[in-house]
Design a protein. Structure first.
Length: 288
């Protein structure tokens, strides 16, 4: 960095000074700030900050102390870091934000603090979202919270597909139920592969049943030309289940339920309980 030339030297010196003041992060190994945040040593973290330590230091893989605290569910450290100016939506080398990490660790308290500080629920296209992370880890309570604050149910990661794809691949039935009840597209495709293909690959009969109940297409073919049934073992429980659904058409009541839910739309599903219709119909439409 050249510091000998008049005005440009002043600007360069200012940039260098800014670097050491911690206004921007810089490449480093894990620092004492990272370690204190990870281990939940709130007193040590406060002392480091009081002594001028930067809360936005990044490691070689772009992990900040806030990422560390969220991964470990260190709520008090998250509060302290954010109060000291930590970047709430900092991204690591994989594109994950602290909210992604809090979702993965299942720390609802950390998630709420991040959201209060303006954390973005929906990332740019084609990157894993906090909702993907919660579904991957099977954190049902985190899934509910993210949906309540506006998480995009159809967020598409170029590797994993939608959150529903992820939840089925990892066999997290509770997360699948929450997503579907909230209006996730059961037939969303990743390279023509649906969630039902994933459920068939893991040979999970319960997943197959609930996906079909919500309108999963048993005849959908992926980019290899295979139906969900083609990924099951002959005579297995999952194979027999899909064989039954392929031979038996949906009942009229089931077709009506799917049509009504589609007409109401994703945003209107939570209003079904307020309709002036018999409670049994409300329960049926809501899959209760």
């Amino acid at each position: 960095m050249e510091l000998t030339d008049g005005g440009s030297g002043t600007e360069s010196a200012a940039a260098l000074s800014s670097l050491f003041r911690g206004d921007i992060g810089f490449w480093a190994d894990r620092t004492p700030v990272h370690e204190a945040a990870r281990q939940g040593h709130i007193g040590q973290l406060q002392q480091l900050i009081d002594n001028g330590a930067c809360v936005n230091l990044v490691t070689v893989d772009s992990i900040t102390p806030l990422h560390e605290a969220c991964l470990q569910g260190q709520t008090q450290c998250v509060k302290l870091l954010l109060s000291a100016g930590a970047q709430v939506d900092a991204r690591n080398i994989d594109g994950s934000t602290p909210l992604c990490d809090a979702s993965a660790s299942g720390s609802v308290d950390c998630m709420k603090i991040l959201l209060e500080h303006g954390a973005k629920v929906n990332p740019p296209l084609y990157t894993a979202s906090p909702l993907h992370e919660a579904c991957m880890s099977g954190k049902a309570e985190c899934v509910r919270l993210l949906i309540d604050v506006g998480a995009n149910l159809e967020a598409h990661d170029c590797h994993f597909g939608t959150p529903l794809h992820v939840a089925c691949a990892r066999e997290h039935l509770d997360c699948v139920k929450i997503l579907l009840n909230s209006g996730a597209n059961v037939n969303a495709a990743k390279l023509h592969e649906t969630a039902l293909h994933h459920a068939s690959k893991v040979k999970n009969k319960d997943l197959i049943k609930i996906l079909v109940e919500f309108g999963g297409n048993v005849y959908a073919r992926d980019n290899r030309g295979k139906k969900p049934a083609d990924y099951t073992w002959p005579s297995s429980a999952s194979a027999k289940c899909l064989e039954y659904y392929e031979k038996m058409p949906m009942s009229l009541s089931q077709l009506c339920r799917l049509s009504l839910r589609k007409a109401v739309g994703q945003r209107g599903l939570n209003k079904i309980a307020k309709l002036n219709i018999p409670p049994r119909l409300i329960a049926f439409l809501s899959y209760n």
